[in-house]
Design a protein around this ligand. Structure first.
Ligand code: ADE
Length: 237
C-alpha cells in the first residue's frame, strides 16, 4: 500500500506542481506515494459557491466556514492524520517529518491564513503545523514543503548519497562544506586536508567545520547538541 497524500485547497490546479518533478515526481510515477488535490469549493452549496464569511467580533479578512471545511475533511477521513498548514502551528521539524512519513499518509488542509473557524480545527483534531516564522499567501507552498520532506524518506525513494545527508542532519548539526574539482578555482584552493588522503584527518576536519557552522548560524541547534556530543569546545570558537 503506498503512502497517500490528500490536499484540500481552493487552488487544486497548483498540484502536483514541483512535486511532479525530480525525486518526488519519480516516486509518484513509480507509485511509492499518491497525491489527490481536492477543491474545497466543491463543498459549497449556494449559487455563489461561498466558502468563507466575515469574522464574528469584527476585524479584517475572512474566515473559512466550519461546515464547508468539515464536509471536505469528511470526504477523505480515514486512518491518516489531518494537518492544517498555518503560521500559528508548531514549527515543522525533521522529527515531525519522520513521524508523518512512517504513517499511512496525510490529509493536508490549506486554508486562507486569516483563518479557519476554530471549532472545526478542534472537532476534527487537526494538527496545526507552520513551516517557519514568515507568512505565505496560502498554505499550498507549505503543503508542498511538508510533502517533499516526507516523500524523500519513504522506502525506495532516496539513494545512498541523500540518505547520508539525512543522517548528518539528524545528528543535530548543519552540514560541513563540500568541494569538487578543480582543486584551485579563481585563486581559491580546496582545503589541503581534503586532498591528503588521510581519512581520519578528513573526518575530524568535517566534524569541526559542521560544529563551527552550527555554532555560528544556529545557536538554537547548537544548544540542543549536548557538550558530550561535541568534538570541538566552545572556548576559542
Ligand atoms: N500559511 C501561511 N503561512 C504559512 C506558514 N509559514 N506555514 C504554514 N502554513 C502557512
Amino acid at each position: 500500500m503506498s503512502w497517500r497524500a490528500t490536499v484540500l485547497t481552493l487552488f487544486p490546479e497548483m498540484f502536483p506542481g514541483p512535486l511532479g518533478q525530480s525525486l518526488a515526481g519519480r516516486a509518484l510515477e513509480r507509485g511509492i506515494w499518491s497525491l489527490a488535490a481536492r477543491d474545497i469549493r466543491a463543498q459549497a452549496a449556494d449559487r455563489h459557491r461561498t466558502v468563507d464569511d466575515t469574522p464574528f467580533g469584527g476585524g479584517a479578512g475572512m474566515v473559512m466556514r466550519p461546515d464547508i471545511v468539515d464536509a471536505a475533511l469528511a470526504e477523505c477521513a480515514d486512518d491518516r492524520p489531518a494537518v492544517f498548514l498555518t503560521p500559528r502551528g508548531r514549527k515543522l521539524t525533521q522529527a515531525t517529518v519522520r513521524r508523518l512519513a512512517e504513517g499511512p499518509g496525510v490529509v493536508l488542509l490549506c486554508g486562507r491564513y486569516e483563518g479557519v473557524d476554530q471549532r472545526v480545527i478542534e472537532a476534527r483534531g487537526l494538527e496545526e503545523i507552520s513551516i517557519g516564522d514568515y507568512v505565505l499567501s496560502g498554505g499550498e507552498p507549505a503543503a508542498m514543503v511538508l510533502l517533499d520532506a516526507c516523500v524523500r524518506l519513504l522506502p525506495g525513494v532516496m539513494g545512498a548519497a541523500e540518505s547520508a545527508d539525512e543522517e548528518s542532519f539528524s545528528a543535530g548539526l548543519l552540514e560541513y562544506p563540500h568541494y569538487t574539482r578543480p582543486a584551485e578555482w579563481q585563486g581559491r584552493r580546496v582545503p589541503d586536508v581534503l586532498l591528503s588522503g588521510n581519512h581520519a584527518a578528513i573526518a575530524a576536519w568535517r566534524r569541526a567545520e559542521a560544529e563551527r557552522i552550527t555554532r555560528e548560524r544556529r545557536p538554537d541547534l547548537w544548544a540542543g547538541h549536548g557538550p558530550e556530543l561535541r568534538q570541538s569546545d566552545v572556548r576559542g570558537g
